[in-house]
Design a protein around this ligand. Sequence first.
Ligand code: FAD
Ligand code: FES
Ligand code: FES
Length: 470
Amino acid sequence: MTTHTAFVLNGQPVATEVRPDTTVLDLLRDHLGRKGTKEGCAEGDCGACTILFRRGGDAEAPMLAANSCIMSVAQIDGGEIVTVEGLAGEGAVLNAVQDEMAKNGSSQCGFCTPGIAVALTGLLARNPDPDEGAIHDALAGNLCRCTGYRPIVDAAKAAAARVRIEPAPAVDENLVTSHTDAGGATAHRPRDLRGLLMLRRDHPDAVLLAGGTDLGVPLAGYETRWPETITTGHVAELRRTDTGDDHWTFGAAITWEEVLDAVGQDYPSFATLIRRFGSTQIRSMGTIGGNIGTASPIGDGPPALIALGATITLVSLEDGERTMPLENFFLDYRKTQLRADEVIASVTVPRAKVGETMRTYKISKRYDQDISTVCGAYWLAMDNGTVADIRIAYGGMAAIPTRAPNAEAALRGKVLTPETAREAGKALAADFKPLTDWRGSAVYRQRVAANLIERLARDVAGETVEVMAL
Ligand SMILES: Cc1cc2nc3c(=O)[nH]c(=O)nc-3n(C[C@H](O)[C@H](O)[C@H](O)COP(=O)(O)OP(=O)(O)OC[C@H]3O[C@@H](n4cnc5c(N)ncnc54)[C@H](O)[C@@H]3O)c2cc1C
Ligand code: FES
Ligand code: FES
């Protein structure tokens, strides 16, 4: 029996019977006639497809910019979407952002314009008084090829000065249905962990879908279909963050935007790394559990979390919970400890203590919206100027994100100086045999990884480090 997907689009309830593995962009353009949302790259990079989205069951959450090209209909049941057609609201033609974009000459060919208007509206709804950095951050996921960003930033400032953009009202959180069957595809939407684990046991071949920012890319390219999907976005236990005096426990479906909100005070350097994680659109959907579950050797979360000494908790119906240091979770290229009947339940991260320091450095071809060539993460416990304990972890240096035991040993018990850091950099030769690929050669990676340890020493000593120049 066909069951539909119900959601709110620009303030109006909609029920659709498209397959749940249809992308939201295709739903909007091909089935609902909302052509204002554009397709540029179809892989989450350009922002032409940006919508505002609040997931069902998350009435407290703000509406956030998201890429509709890599989001599937399975994820939107009970939720709310605003497209460019709905920005102005009842009876108005343009909202303040659109009006100021017209007045400031912020558009030429216009292809990127709907996505930019939506992304900036999302920013102003959350932050009515953004500084220049926040505006640039909100635009990091929106490519404009012909206008240039100055008039776009001017429009954002003018709109912020003019009017308070009200966040859209929350939808009824009970609208989410337990599953959708349509067009030969099924999406299951468990609401609690036990329900998720039962589905995982009974449907081992189903796609386990969190934010979809990894899984959605081949879907958007029509390289795959998902006959059966289990979503984690409505599982209450996975959407919870427990904050203690000495740790946070993030449910696996906590998004990177939410992690960013939590960790910024304790770990400003980790927060800088997270701000460079994709774009607002990617961070508002992509989850901490998905980043670990995808087990990419160049994922940014794992090196930082390993350096911080994070633990991961896996859970299955049969065997209950097992917790391990995150560094033990990764076995080989894209191979992890996760069994077919298990899910990642949570990640526990120690909070900063006096005498401890943490730094992360991401080296990529572009500053914004790019994947790492090398990502280095460093945690140090200092005692009277010497390194009492240290954890160094890298992404991009091996088949898995992993620690550098020889470099760590070279620094333990030493005073951290550029000279001792250079010795530790040499020790990295025994830790890694990196690959050459189009992002960087093995020699380049090895040299960058070593240089980053010297940078750590200079950074901790208070020497200025030009972040934008990296
Ligand atoms: C344009 C773009 C830019 C990006 N930039 C970055 C970046 O800068 N740095 C970076 O590290 N990554 C980046 N990514 C990759 C991606 O955004 C992250 O890996 C993200 O955290 C994935 O989370 P998700 O919830 O979207 O995962 P999904 O795509 O939903 O799932 C990814 C994998 O994790 C598994 N999974 C999800 N939840 C669980 C769970 N609870 N238990 C077990 N398995 C689970 C899924 O089954 C799947 O195999 C980018 C992606 C795009 C498209
Ligand atoms: S079409 Fe480029 S991000 Fe979606
Ligand atoms: S106005 Fe042409 S791409 Fe931005």
